[in-house]
Design a protein around this ligand. Sequence first.
Ligand code: ADP
Ligand code: ZN
Ligand code: ZN
Length: 653
Amino acid sequence: MSSFFIKVFVPGPFFEPLVYVSETPIEAGMRVRVALGSREITGITDGETEKPKTLKTIKSILSIIDEYSIISEEQRDLVQFASDYYNAPLGDLLLSSLPAPIRRGRPIPSAKTESGLARPCTYRITDEQSKAIQSVDESYHRFQCFLLQGVTGSGKTQIFSELIHRALARQQQVLLLVPEIGLTGQMVERIREQLDGQLAVSHSGLADGARARAFVAASNGVADVLIGTRSTLFTPMPRLGLILIDEEHDGAYKNQEGCRYSARDLAVVRAQQRSIPVVLSSATPSLESWHRAELGKYKRLRLSSRPRQRPAPLMRLIDARQDKPRDGLTDASRRAIRQTIDCERQVLVFLNRRGYSPVLMCRDCGWVPECRHCDATPTLHKQPDCLWCHHCDHRSKKPIECPKCSGTNLIAIGQGTKRLEEALSTSFSDVPIIRIDRDTTARRRAFQKLLEPVTDGDPCIMVGTQMLAKGHDFKNLSTVIVADADQGLSSADFRSVEHFVQLLTQVAGRAGRYQDRGQVLIQTHQPDSAWINRILRQDYDQIATAMIAERMQFNWPPSSHLALITARAKTLAPVFNALGEIAQKIRALNSPIKILGPAPAPMERRNRQYHGQLLLLGKRSVVQWVLKVTGPWAYKRYGKVLIQLDVDPRNLW
Ligand code: ADP
Ligand code: ZN
Ligand code: ZN
């Protein structure tokens, strides 16, 4: 009997497929059961290979699950690219790109789609909209990345509907990515309204079975449109003709578990590999995309007006140096909340709490330390007790009194926001308080359920993080309070201002969408900050230009590329030793690359572990080369220290 040697991708830290033996030939892209160590697992075949030198350790393929290949060559190419670029094992990536039942070797389920309602659009497309549609439509047969930049409510989603309509007329499929589970429902409703075809939906809030059926619907071509969150990007679509990314600046496109890929960036790669157009849409594009549009690499499509003119919300600063917040809320904010509730409207109190890194601030005058060597705000660290600049590695002693006003009210900002929720429920015990964050919405459908009273329009106060800022259409919301603007402006991360501006624009977009003019109250100890004033002018291009100038000056992205190597362990010493060793290896390469660290992570203690980091900064090709020769990176361990690699990190902690 003849033997065939089959390459099989298995989960785990393997950068190459493992070789198994089979009595029959097996084509690539089929699921098989194989033994790995003492376990039996599902792997994916990668075609035949030559007879290995030693046959002793070769195991047999236990069974073949599929009758035909379920992984297209295109999907394989995309995952291969991601594996190379992010230094992650291909098998892991390939398997994690499949819905759970399929990954676990269950039978392929039947496809499931919903039919579009095919209702005609009830209004006339504006000239700007029609120009944008034309532009994308004309390049249907080649790769081109578009940046659709338009304020909230300028009709970007309507453009998506039109583009989908045209792609379907050409028998093509369309992939539409949205950042959050909470937003898929809304997007599906909008798209389904005018869609004349079949729609499938996939996101992590769905049951595994439903995701698998959407996967099948897209990969066998039954679904014309697939709407989903980041991992949906990897779904095979044989007739794919267009990729649309909503809110492209959103952090949710960056995967933060396992391989740290960016679904947005990979979407552009996928479009390139397939020679089709891709549209990135946002009111506040990421500086990377914005910059590429300036350079002409991406084609900018601009929507400058709102078809149904509604005034932008009124933005007002509250000087927290004068009106000192109690439990996170100033008196002015309390009054505004009361007035809003009395008018039977809703309030949103916004906390920018995620990704918090402590920064020192004077409560009396708003002073924030500045690094002696750069324009950055150093982070407050406890081990060792100091201010540490993560832009240049400079360390200085923590002052005892404020150098500006000699006050001794120096506090770590970003803290105390937890108390805010409690404070709200004491001061406004007569109104429902709805808290929305990752903890309260972890369960399936929890989000929709929580928001029911809000959608019903009754007066209430919502308290929440990022999740609430995005795209939601709260008809009765008229007042937004930004509780901790200081943190957004002074955090140690070089992207903090960018993220803050994006958030603020989105949060502001929630207020007064329907009736009266909305208001946004911004509590800050730094009302004179240049950034705050730029933000108040609500001109994103102007802000982006200023931000780019600053980034160029310090050689931060997009003028360079980053890779972040993080290490964690129970204690500090081994973390620094491991990172020191890696840094030394990299220095020995003598490449034109800047190494920052080893340094404590901006937030050094998390989950009872000590976190340290090493930041590489340089040209993309050089960063890639350095990682390649010092890799492989996945699951790297130095004794008890766990190392993780993040190429193009979004946050520096
Ligand atoms: P965005 O996605 O940019 O926030 P949408 O596409 O959701 O904007 O449009 C905002 C609102 O304006 C929606 O209610 C939509 O129905 C409406 N709209 C979009 N295009 C037009 C148009 N050409 N004429 C009138 N109303 C429009
Ligand atoms: Zn002071
Ligand atoms: Zn510095």
